[in-house]
Design a binder for this molecule. Structure first.
Ligand SMILES: [Zn+2]
Length: 201
């Protein structure tokens, strides 16, 4: 059932958000039709298919009902019981749609497979953001260069930290200090937890 897209204060309360719009280059968004078509074609992306298979194997609820086209303030989001939303008003390229869906699917995977996942817990949310940013390729150097972050050495881990912190700032249960502490506290375990991949793709 597609009941997502609720405003702030929905039942889930805390959402695991993808990249905020502040990191995007300014280009006109694609049309709603192109975005919906882009979501459909993202479902054929090998990483998306792999994640879907792994979630099905684990008995998790998966799309098409899981993924919604929406208008929202970031690139995408995931909420327990709401599924994944792709913010079409921020999408300019197919690659961005693929990235958002892969990122949010990692959150959906963690929510389903992780035992007692609590998005109000900073450490739980931090762990899932580290995994989502690491495993989705959000921090691949080519994407970092497009964003204007040119430093190469150590860039990947810096990028994962930066973007995890950005998403945690949207969590009303994590102060910035708590978010930073949580990221460091769970870093080694969660950065090295590449499930369901054998290693970071
Ligand atoms: Zn996220």
């Amino acid at each position: 059932m597609a009941e997502g897209q609720g405003g702030a204060g929905g039942a889930a309360g805390v959402r695991a958000e993808a990249e905020s719009s502040s990191e995007r280059r300014t280009q006109p968004a694609m049309s709603r039709e192109d975005c919906v078509a882009g979501i459909r074609s993202a479902l054929k992306h090998p990483t998306v298919r792999f994640l879907r298979e792994q979630m099905e194997k684990a008995g998790c609820k998966v799309f098409p009902s899981l993924i919604l086209a929406a208008n929202c303030s970031s690139a995408g989001g995931y909420g327990s019981g709401e599924g994944i939303k792709v913010c079409c008003n921020h999408m300019t390229l197919q690659d961005e749609i693929n990235q958002v869906i892969i990122h949010e699917m990692i959150h959906a995977y963690d929510d389903c497979v992780g035992k007692n996942m609590d998005w109000k817990n900073c450490a739980h949310h931090a762990c899932s953001e580290i995994r989502a940013n690491h495993l989705s390729g959000d921090c691949h150097y080519k994407r970092e260069l497009l964003r204007g972050f040119m430093k190469i050495r150590g860039h990947e881990q810096d990028c994962v930290r930066r973007r995890a912190l950005m998403s945690l700032k949207n969590n009303p249960y994590c102060s910035e200090a708590a978010a930073k502490d949580a990221i460091e506290a769970v870093w080694n375990i969660c950065y090295n937890d590449t499930r369901p991949f054998d290693r970071a793709p």
